[in-house]
Design a protein around this ligand. Structure first.
Ligand code: SF4
Length: 750
């Protein structure tokens, strides 16, 4: 209750080294053991106050001295304990004091906050004496604040549920396929199941999933709906759909917020998140209640810009305001990592608050790679070298030891890339010792530590955490670089905990949700996604019918061309001829996809030479937003030319070029990931975990074909579009490849 009602002062996210849970418990036991006879540890207190029943356990009561104690463990400097933490500790102790005065009829009481240093085993005690009346008034104020909020939340929930029950589908009727999708999402929510829905582009998946889950929320007592996306464009679509529903019907009371990354929301990127540095952190909790009230009363969804305006009006940080508002929101629109990564806020709050949540995972085929990167960490020897040179004292000695163990490990590897079956003990131990040594220095001089060392500390901590959960879902690999003979590049190595199968990390996340729907145009085959994402055993898979007809799309397989690595040179001529011929037959806008920039550039150069009449433009490496827009702007209505792009890159999915803006695509290669040491180790691991046949398919074939189908999906966007797709490689005619292509595609493939 106090955490909610009594927070005040600055936001302070300075790093403070905190004791572990075990150290905390030990510290409490040590303090209790030091007290004399008659000291009551763990004193239970309870009372009915207004509409609330309060229960808690004070750390100790010395009846002889009339002193009630609350013990807090810490490490580092006493003065570094943030003031807002201390304010909360006092609030908690005052509430206990009020309850004890009630219980024992005391007129006044001595309250003692005991701060116990877990390393030095010393106590710093702050004492205040309070009268029962003052404590009772303090208690009444906290209860009042909490009860007001609870009543308001209850009223909101009632209004929200009534509005959702009355909510009508925002468009006149469902599109073909959309109804089937919506019914399956609703059914999954009612049964508390996970749904894997493959649904083609163009049926309106965002509304087709949001609407049924919102409708199911009142009956299923769903507290919150999390719409999770891989990209910002998906978030915008969801927010637009929610705005439309709010406008079109009675979903007005629905509270919708967007959560963004800190670097996108921060107003003072040059400052740190505490009151001494950032003006929006100073007094944050004092201004938060008014900012929160304004936010929850705002009509319609609160996307990033709207939240920014509310935050600016109340001079609070927009990033942390959004985090605070999660507790108030009915729908949160956010990136995947806010629910799935190791320290995800939405998941942590769901577990802590016991919320019943519904998940919608947009473009879910991206989750495999995104989750792998969430549970992968790298450490670079060059960084270690740099920080160890600057470090002093205990950290320097520990980092030297780590350097020695690391150098020996790298030297012992038979090749420049090695994947190890186990994490070497001496590396794990040396890393832990380095982390502990830096933590100790941080505790003693939090401001005086170099930022490079601090960054290394955070990276090393993340790395060590993944080492603790290391298993056959991940690789531990060492990549040695010789410096390439350059005078500037230093020889060194990179250590990586590389996640291959995110399932063990994601399974508890899906289990924490009442219902989840993962949807995308490419979720074939089902077992690839259920195995890698750790979906529950009773997950339902559905393949939603396409709104498009086979006659809209002509599929041509160029069986006379091989795009295998060794045949690349020979493939360039036939590919240029194919593009030239198709363009002459039907001039218009085309996309041509290749597996690499090199392949793309060579194919484009040959096309220019042999068919100078065909206008063309190329994707370049690392295109900025303006360049990306420029590339897409060339696909004009009624225009003609060929845009060359990389398969699996920024133009391979998520772009919408309806009508004559795009009338065809050429797809050279099967998009298979490159054959290299890492992928080969992945193949072995997949075979060992999921079966021999799955080794190749899970590593190469399925990820490759998923990119092909996504790229091909750019051509037909509406029921009136017509187009052609050239699949350039003889392997597209193989049965095991054909079965991975969309069922509605034209007959020549069957
Ligand atoms: S504005 Fe930026 S620096 Fe300031 S508290 Fe917010 S995130 Fe931190």
């Amino acid at each position: 209750m106090c955490e909610f009602t009594a927070k005040e002062g600055d936001l302070d996210l300075r790093f403070t080294p905190s004791p572990t849970a075990a150290e905390g418990m030990e510290g409490h036991a040590t303090v209790a053991a030091r007290r004399g006879a008659g000291y009551q540890a763990e004193l239970s207190l309870s009372a009915d106050v207004g509409p609330l029943r309060l229960r808690g356990r004070a750390d100790g009561f010395d009846a002889t001295r009339g002193r009630l104690e609350e013990v807090k463990t810490y490490r580092g400097e006493f003065d570094a304990i943030p003031a807002n933490h201390r304010a909360l500790h006092w609030a908690q102790l005052k509430v206990y004091g009020a309850l004890l005065c009630r219980q024992q009829g005391l007129a006044q009481i001595e309250l003692a906050l005991v701060y116990f240093h877990v390393d030095k085993q010393t106590e710093t005690t702050l004492v205040e004496v309070h009268g029962a009346d003052a404590l009772e008034a303090f208690l009444a104020l906290q209860v009042q604040r909490f009860a007001d909020w609870a009543a308001q939340e209850q009223a909101h929930r009632g209004a929200r549920d009534a509005a959702l029950q009355a909510l009508a589908f925002p468009h006149g009727g469902f599109r073909r396929g959309q109804r089937m999708l919506a019914e399956n999402v609703y059914r999954a929510a009612v049964r508390g199941r996970c749904l894997l829905a493959q649904a083609p582009t163009g049926i309106g998946k965002t509304v087709g999933t949001l609407f049924p889950l919102l409708k199911a929320a009142p009956g299923q007592r769903i507290d919150k709906l999390f719409f999770l996306t891989a990209k910002g464009s998906g978030r915008q679509l969801a927010l637009d759909s929610l705005s439309m529903m709010a406008r079109a019907d009675g979903a007005g009371p629905l509270r919708v917020i967007e959560i963004t990354a800190r670097d996108k929301a921060c107003e003072h990127p040059d400052k740190a998140c505490h009151g001494d540095s950032c003006p929006l952190a100073r007094g944050f909790y004092d201004r938060l209640p008014a900012a929160r009230a304004a936010a929850v009363q705002a009509p319609g969804p609160l996307p990033r810009e709207a939240l920014r305006a509310v935050a600016a009006a109340h001079a609070v940080c927009p990033y942390y305001l959004a985090q605070e508002l999660v507790r108030w929101a009915d729908v949160v629109v956010a990136d995947y990592n806010h629910f799935f990564d190791g320290s995800a806020l939405l998941h942590a709050l769901t577990a802590q608050q016991g919320w019943r949540v519904g998940l919608l995972v947009d473009e879910a085929h991206n989750l495999v790679d995104r989750a792998r990167s969430m549970y992968t960490a790298e450490l670079d020897q060059a960084t270690l070298q740099a920080v160890r040179r600057e470090a002093t004292g205990l950290p320097k000695r520990a980092l030297n030891k780590l350097h020695k163990a690391w150098a020996a490990l790298a030297a012992a590897q038979p090749a420049d890339y090695s994947a190890l079956a186990q994490v070497p003990d001496d590396i794990a131990t040396a890393l832990q010792q380095a982390i502990a040594a830096i933590a100790e220095q941080l505790a003693e001089q939090p401001e005086g530590i170099a930022s490079a060392l601090l960054n290394f500390f955070f990276d090393a901590t993340h790395f060590a955490r993944l080492l603790e959960s290391f298993g056959d879902h991940s690789l531990f690999d060492v990549t040695r670089s010789t410096g390439g003979g350059s005078a500037l590049a230093k020889p060194g190595s990179v250590l990586c905990v590389r996640n291959l199968v995110p399932a063990p990390f994601l399974a508890p996340r899906f289990a924490a949700a009442h219902t989840s729907t993962l949807f995308s145009a490419t979720l074939t085959p089902t077992n690839f996604y259920t195995d890698l994402l750790g979906l529950p055993a009773d997950t339902v898979a559905v393949d939603v019918e396409s709104p498009f007809e086979a006659r809209q799309l002509s599929i041509q397989v160029a069986r006379h061309i091989s795009t295998r690595w060794q045949h690349r040179d020979a493939s360039l001529g036939p590919i240029a001829e194919l593009i030239g011929r198709q363009y002459a037959q039907r001039p218009g806008n085309y996309l041509a996809f290749f597996s690499s920039f090199d392949y793309l550039q060579r194919a484009a150069a040959l096309l220019a030479e042999r068919h100078p009449e065909v206008p063309h433009w190329l994707q370049a490496r690392g295109m900025a937003a303006a360049e990306r827009d420029g590339f897409l702007a060339r696909f004009e209505e009624g225009g003609a030319g060929v845009g060359f792009a990389v398969l699996g890159g920024q133009f391979g999915e998520g772009i919408d070029l309806p009508g004559s803006r795009l009338i065809g695509a050429f797809i050279a290669t099967l998009g298979l990931p490159p054959l290299n040491e890492t992928n080969e180790r992945m193949r072995e691991r997949m075979a060992a975990r999921f079966g021999k046949a799955q080794g190749y398919d899970y590593t190469y074939l399925y990820p490759g074909l998923q990119k092909v189908v996504q790229a091909a999906g750019r051509v037909i966007r509406t029921p009136s579009d017509e187009g052609v797709i050239h699949l350039i490689d003889d392997r597209f005619a193989r049965p095991e490849v054909k079965r991975l292509l969309p069922g509605w595609w034209a007959a020549p493939l069957r």
